[in-house]
Write a protein that binds this ligand. Structure first.
Ligand code: NAD
Ligand code: 0WE
Length: 266
């Protein structure tokens, strides 16, 4: 087992469909010990289910909108695992729903933009600040989840595209800032997956159908595939990799005009 004796803090589980659920599952399969976090009492039940499934050591509240909540959470992590942690998984993204519907210029507001950047981007830096000492003790690593919308335009992704671009820049700045302590910082850019964060998004079905047509593998990716890539980046096999954005998207990002779509029109 690749991660026997290793310890990870995993955020972002909200259901069995969550990407974070699949990451926790992959870490558990390789023998890692886990602490899982939840943002509020509404989500706690789901995280308790994950804790049961993966034999997690602890379930702790961590609302990344609040510095006090983050501090209280990492105080508890330090109490439990005083000699350090091997990794932190950040699988958190949020913008108010009205930001993700319709024309970018019309939909985007100052408040919506602030919330999206605070919860989806700054929170990764906040976790780095809180976890720094514990990560340094084991030369651990951090991982976040991003999306193609940071680089190119997708309908309705809107201000989340700005927040993900900011998140990806933070990966590079954190990697440089923390590299001297042996801490690595990476991201996975996942293809579209039906999770809670995708539910309620207008025409998400259509997005999945189009992605599947454009992607070189001619299909979408699963949570499990993202979980396995996450396992790699968090493991000693990735000891030389930091500041990296790894695409797990069936190759979608590499295609400008798909020969497959040309055929459809002929
Ligand atoms: P999800 O809804 O299962 O996970 C989103 C998580 O964010 C939830 O667990 C939610 O509780 C958490 N969260 C929101 N506000 C929070 C706060 N204030 N404090 C703490 N946690 C908070 O959906 P998911 O698709 O698994 O999303 C996980 C990550 O993957 C997100 O960063 C998302 O942007 C990214 N991502 C998703 C897709 C996709 O198509 N599903 C593709 C690429 C990247
Ligand atoms: O990053 C994401 C999820 C972004 C997200 C989704 C929601 C829905 C519920 C952020 N905030 C909220 N707020 C809510 O209230 N993804 C990559 C999945 C996703 O979301 C999209 C997508 C894709 C793909 C939104 C529009 C278009 C495509």
């Amino acid at each position: 087992m690749l991660l026997q004796g290793q310890r990870f803090v995993v955020t972002g589980i909200a259901s069995k469909l969550s990407i974070a659920w699949a990451i926790a599952e992959a870490l558990h399969r390789e023998g890692a010990s886990l602490i899982l976090t939840y943002p509020n009492d509404k989500i706690k039940k789901r995280v308790d289910m994950a804790a049961e499934a993966f034999g997690a050591d602890l379930v702790i509240e961590c609302d990344v909108a609040s510095d006090e909540s983050i501090k209280a959470c990492f105080d508890k992590v330090a109490e439990h695992w005083g000699d350090g942690i091997n990794g932190i998984v950040h699988a958190i993204g949020f913008a108010p729903m009205d930001q993700l519907d319709g024309d970018f210029t019309d939909a985007t507001t100052r408040e919506g933009s602030q919330i999206a950047h605070d919860i989806s981007s700054y929170s990764f830096v906040a976790l780095a600040k809180a976890g720094r000492e514990l990560l340094a003790k084991r030369r651990g690593s951090m991982l976040t989840l991003t999306y193609e919308g940071s680089i190119s335009v997708l309908p309705n992704y809107n201000v989340m595209g700005m927040a993900k671009a900011s998140l990806e820049a933070s990966v590079r700045y954190l990697a440089t800032s923390l590299g001297g302590e042996g801490i690595r910082v990476n991201a996975i850019s996942a293809g579209p997956i039906r999770t809670l964060a995708a539910s309620g998004i207008k025409s998400f079905r259509k997005m999945l159908d189009i992605s599947e047509k454009i992607a070189p593998l001619q299909r979408n990716v699963s949570q499990e595939e993202v979980g396995n890539a996450a396992l790699f980046l968090l493991s000693p096999w990735a000891s030389g990799i930091t500041g990296e954005i790894l695409f797990v998207d069936a190759g979608f990002n590499t295609v400008a005009i798909s020969p497959q779509l040309m055929l459809d029109d002929e």
